[in-house]
Design a binder for this molecule. Structure first.
Ligand SMILES: NC(=O)c1ccc[n+]([C@@H]2O[C@H](COP(=O)([O-])OP(=O)(O)OC[C@H]3O[C@@H](n4cnc5c(N)ncnc54)[C@H](O)[C@@H]3O)[C@@H](O)[C@H]2O)c1
Length: 441
């Protein structure tokens, strides 16, 4: 099916079978019928978490890798299987209420937008999209069609992050002037693009895997599975991977909008992989929880973070390998990533926090139990019994912020100025990276 036929048939279906998911959700004693696009890797975890909700009926599975698809089918034998999400939505769109998108980043928006056009609720993995324009489109369509949506940042619903948000908003360290966040993970690639190619494995539909992205010849171990993260045509580097999780709490707690300026200190672009080390500095306008401006510094890659006075812990304790530090007028709040309590530091010493008064109960340390909350929140929202905490209206802004840092990596050391209203950079040369282009497939 070419793109024109695909869009036409999607539009026809949309006009004849539009049933807003939230409308369906109001009918009692029904199960939420879900379709899962991408069922290997994180998609397998997503599937498990959805299946653990008693009011979910897994109706369809889709994957371009038949090994992943067959493995999921063994667990859900009644589900219909597809390799092309366009066929899934066209053929059985009227039999599903919600779509879960767990593909590589470049396919998030094309698959989600088609589902949203059909009035489906969508749970989409993080980062919401590969391009800024796609994130804006998804938020707009969700609003227009009044859809229930959630981005897959499950730690958003974890105890320690909720507590940190409440602590910051309670003013425990006063107004915040700076956040430093870090991950030593390396989802970049400083090498050259492959010079030789491999036969496409029989279990993989490479054309569908590429989807709307630029054509690349298949090379074992370079793209699928997982390593697409390192590559500019498919992923968003370490910032788009770990950054979304670690940025989420400060972003939420400080009620930030998109930044005014962005600078990425990294190597020169090579047209293939993301830089293996990045230091990204953002400046945000003030909010009720910040001083007149907020500076935000992100460090990634081997050895991150760089040594800084703000990151020295009492008793010379070692800094956790990933995390965030909030600097405020009265002290610092340290939030290790993840499943660790936030710690209050004042005058160079740890201070006890009275966590009971925040009403979250006792800390939960069971990962599976904790992570289910975020998925179940989405299902319960579709059933009319809850409200999503990371809907696309929120996720699109967080993603836009992340992607601005990714684009700044194309201009190492240069400060870019972002205009939130026109959705453009002051620096004309950066504007061509906002949209991206879609390949017909
Ligand atoms: N929230 C989290 O904690 C978390 C953790 C890991 C990954 N993720 C996110 O999940 C997504 C997938 O990451 P991953 O590590 O599982 O990647 P992966 O490459 O390991 O798996 C992706 C799966 O999607 C399938 N796929 C690819 N293109 C497809 C298409 N067009 N249609 C249907 N299926 C397709 C692949 O065959 C594979 O089974 C990414 O967006 C990633 O950022 C989130």
């Amino acid at each position: 099916m070419n793109k024109r036929t695909f869009l036409k048939s999607a539009a026809t279906l949309a006009s004849t079978a539009f049933i807003p998911s939230f409308g369906w959700a109001l009918s009692k004693n029904k199960k939420l019928r879900t379709a899962h696009i991408g069922v290997g890797g994180m998609g397998g975890e997503d599937l498990k978490a959805f299946a653990s909700h008693k009011s979910v009926d897994i109706v369809a599975l889709c994957d371009v890798d038949s090994n992943a698809l067959n493995a999921a089918k063994v667990i859900h034998p009644k589900a219909r299987t597809f390799s092309d999400y366009r066929l899934l939505l066209n053929e059985i769109g009227d039999q599903i209420d919600a779509v879960v998108v767990s593909t590589p980043d470049h396919t998030h928006a094309p698959a989600s937008l088609m589902a949203m056009d059909l009035g489906k609720a969508v749970y989409c993995q993080k980062p919401l999209t590969h391009h800024i324009s796609e994130a804006r489109k998804m938020a707009k369509l969700a609003k227009k069609n009044k859809l229930i949506t959630q981005m897959g940042i499950q730690v958003h619903s974890f105890y320690d992050y909720k507590l940190a948000t409440l602590l910051i908003q309670s003013g425990i360290i006063g107004k915040v002037n700076c956040v430093r966040a870090w991950s030593p993970k390396n989802w970049g690639y400083d090498g050259l693009s492959p010079k030789s190619f491999d036969p496409i494995p029989s279990n993989l539909d490479w054309n569908l895997w590429l989807g709307t992205a630029k054509n690349h010849k298949y090379k074992e171990g370079v793209y699928h599975p997982g390593n697409w993260r390192k590559l500019i045509d498919f992923g968003c580097g370490t910032l788009g991977d770990m950054g979304v999780h670690i940025f989420d709490t400060p972003y939420n707690a400080l009620a930030l909008d998109v930044p005014k300026t962005i600078k990425n200190e990294c190597r020169l672009p090579n047209g293939f992989g993301f830089p293996e080390k990045n230091k990204v500095t953002y400046i945000f306008s003030s909010t009720e929880y910040t001083t007149s401006e907020l500076k935000w510094v992100w460090y990634d890659g081997v050895g991150a973070p760089a040594v800084h006075d703000d990151l020295i812990l009492p008793n010379n304790d070692n800094l956790h390998d990933q995390g965030a530090m909030f600097m405020g007028e009265k002290g610092r709040l340290y939030l290790p990533h993840f499943q660790k309590l936030p710690q209050l530091i004042m005058d160079g010493e740890y201070h006890q926090i009275d966590i009971e008064k925040f009403g979250l109960g006792i800390p939960v340390r069971n990962y599976e139990l904790e992570s289910k909350k975020h998925y179940h929140e989405f299902v319960d929202s579709c059933l009319g019994n809850a409200r999503c905490s990371a809907p696309f209206s929120y996720a699109s802004k967080l993603t836009e912020t992340i992607l601005l840092g990714v684009i700044a990596g194309r201009f190492p050391g240069k400060t870019l100025h972002w205009d939130n209203i026109s959705s453009k950079f002051l620096e004309e040369e950066a504007n061509k990276f906002i949209n991206g282009t879609y390949r017909n497939f």
